[in-house]
Write a protein of this length. Structure first.
Lengths: 366, 282
């Protein structure tokens, strides 16, 4: 951390340090767990990102890392387990049951809660996806333990998890700890942590546990799944190149300039919240605190001032290029390259410059 | 049909500033608003009320001034408004908040059975999305999160069918009432408050419940004491050490500036150029 912001002194919660002392019966909770989220044959990459983070925490604590796999008997859970080992897991706890085919809150909450009570991990990480948040909130409440959402950093402080997350719309960061309860639970958004190295030579063991639940016990029925492919939705979080526009573009028709540059680069189009709220682009394209966290190799921000709400969603990008008419705009504080100028003039020129350069290079390669 | 909508009063995050020296939130002059995500939940509840008749009770936990947020909801058409407010609730994290709200909903249910509970997807100040699932678990309600559309409600059969946003698609789910729904943003548009409702809201006697009235049985489950999470420190974002390489159009032509940028970008990051070419070639 930099020296400028002065962290407030750690303070005990409540009178007489309540909720800071770990009771004796919870001291046996050991190991780091990562919930491996999968759907229709694919593991969500956030689970492997968390496996990397979990491995680091576990090494610090000198304990093992386990992947948690829950699903139907006909789903490739063993293959997922091998991937989990390759990304850092030492073992996988597997719950296989027809009831677990396709995510539903009730059976997954029961399965995961039972696993925790039986095998007692000290830390449990889940992706901050629609599945992970639904499940984490339910499991934490059922277990009566602490859960920290959308963490951007995970460290070990003493023997406890210190989970840092943005708060108040990202204008402040706070570090949250669960001292007197176990497991310590946290969710992390996709693309916040880097993908760890894949080592196919790593191996591990599988521990199976049955789910004490039958279909008749589950009130909620999954009638259908309509994949996004048929609805033409974008996967912004995993895009390698993103061109985003903000309210500095002044008028909805000017947003075409962002799309033109994106086309030349083979990039996805992103936007700020005000642009989405004004209806210039679809909500799926919103980058930032209440939109997507992105981590592309190149992020071009046009007409975006760089308000903290936008910044927290894109500052993990490898290279940030900012175009803004205001030289004092906050975006220039964290961009790598900047052009001070009117985005409506700069964008077409930049599109042309990229087009000419890339075409020339493609011809040379051919 | 009786629907409870849980709302929160939040500072308008677009106007939040952090004091550059002390790193504290400067709340002065920052307007408090109804958490914007909760309005999608409220509108959906009001639509069900329009269709099935019945009541919409808005419920809020917060300091006394959160009454303003409840009045706002009444102006949109909510039937009743209850503020759960007590010093004992101060410092609550999401687990303790869900305990207090669940107790209050149980009390509300004693007056008239609750068929549905709505919450927003998350708040804009906490952003956790944990309170909805927490309340559902505590009350044993069938949980439906990230609902993008209510497909069908059958009050006689006590069944509800919804579309739920999932990663990479939409789930079509059916469950039984009572159920708790967390509503996705952008799913509807809040109605305009009628003049009658605005006048009604201004005079509306919001009920204020302290811990006893809200039916809190176990004081160790609320407020700071009931919160497993402990905030160990608060700090400002780290400023980047290296400054951006900035050129200005005012100094030269737009063409020069953009050509220069493209050259610099690909010279400094040759891997980026290779990947772009691969992508475009493919």
């Amino acid at each position: 951390m930099s020296e400028a912001p002065k962290p407030s002194a750690p303070r005990p919660a409540g009178r007489a340090g309540r909720n800071t002392e770990l009771p004796e019966h919870l001291k046996g909770y050991k190991g780091v767990w990562v919930f491996v989220e999968h759907d229709r044959g694919h593991v969500h990459p956030v689970s492997w990102e968390l496996m990397g983070a979990g491995r680091q925490l576990a090494d610090k604590l000198q304990v093992g890392v386990a992947g948690i796999l829950m699903g139907g008997p006909d789903e490739p859970l063993d293959a997922f387990a091998h991937e989990a080992y390759a990304f850092g897991a030492d073992r996988c706890y597997v719950v296989r049951d027809p009831v677990l085919k396709g995510y539903r809150n009730e059976p997954f909450t029961k399965g995961l809660t039972d696993l925790v009570n039986r095998y007692q991990p000290e830390i449990m990480l889940l992706g901050a996806t629609t599945m992970g948040r639904d499940l984490a909130g339910s499991v934490a409440t059922t277990l009566g333990t602490g859960l920290t959402a959308d963490c951007t950093e995970l460290h070990i402080d003493g023997r406890a998890l210190a989970a840092t997350r943005p708060t108040f719309g990202g204008s402040l960061l706070c570090t949250i700890m669960t001292l007197a309860y176990r497991p310590q639970m946290a969710t992390v958004r996709p693309r916040v942590m880097p993908l760890p190295r894949h080592d196919a030579s790593r191996a591990g063991e599988i521990v199976e546990m049955p789910l004490a639940m039958v279909e008749a016990d589950v009130v909620t029925k999954l009638l259908d799944f309509i994949p996004d492919a048929s609805r033409n939705t974008v996967n912004l979080a995993y895009a390698d190149v993103i061109v985003s526009g903000g309210k500095g573009l002044k008028r909805p028709e000017n947003f075409k300039l962002v799309r033109d540059l994106a086309r030349v680069l083979g990039a996805e189009v992103g936007a700020t919240r005000p642009v989405v709220q004004a209806g210039w682009v679809e909500p799926e394209r919103q980058v930032g605190q209440t939109g997507k966290t992105v981590r592309p190799k190149l992020y071009i921000a046009a007409g975006i001032s760089g308000a903290i709400q936008h910044r927290v969603g894109m500052e993990g990008s490898d290279v940030i290029v900012a175009i803004n008419s205001d030289p004092g705009a906050p975006i220039f504080d964290f961009a790598h390259y900047g052009i001070v100028g009117n985005a409506m003039q700069v964008l077409p020129a930049l599109t042309e410059a990229f087009r000419v350069h890339l075409e020339r290079r493609i011809r040379k390669v051919a | 049909m009786h629907i409870v909508v849980c709302i929160k009063q939040v500072p308008d995050s677009a106007q939040i500033r952090v004091h550059p020296v002390t790193n504290t939130i400067m709340r002065q002059g920052v307007p408090a608003i109804v958490n914007p995500y909760d309005l999608f939940a409220l509108e959906e509840a009001l639509r069900l009320k329009d269709r099935f008749r019945g009541r919409v009770t808005v419920l809020c936990m917060g300091p006394p001034q959160a009454e303003d947020a409840l009045r706002k909801c009444v102006s949109f058409g909510a039937t009743d408004a209850i503020l759960v407010t007590d010093r004992a609730f101060a410092g609550a994290d999401t687990l303790a908040t869900s305990y207090a709200l669940a107790a209050a909903i149980r009390k509300i249910g004693e007056e008239q059975a609750v068929d549905l509970v709505f919450t927003g997807k998350q708040t804009i100040d906490g952003d956790t999305a944990q309170v909805g699932p927490g309340v559902a678990k505590r009350l044993g309600l069938n949980l439906l999160t990230y609902v993008s559309r209510i497909v069908d409600v059958d009050l006689d059969a006590r069944r509800i069918k919804v579309e739920r946003r999932a990663e990479g698609g939409v789930q079509l789910l059916e469950t039984k009432l009572p159920s708790l729904i967390t509503m996705l943003e952008g799913t509807n548009e809040m109605r305009f408050a009628s003049l009658d409702d605005m006048l009604r809201a201004a005079r509306f006697p919001c009920r204020k419940w302290n811990k006893e009235a809200a039916g809190i049985e176990d004081l160790s489950k609320v407020g700071l004491k009931g919160s497993p999470t402990v905030v160990s420190k608060v700090f400002g974002p780290t400023p980047r050490s290296d400054k951006a390489d900035v050129q200005s159009v005012a100094d030269t032509s737009v063409q020069d500036v953009t050509l220069n940028l493209v050259q610099k970008l690909f010279t400094t990051h040759p891997q980026l150029e290779i990947e772009l070419l691969e992508r475009l070639g493919a």
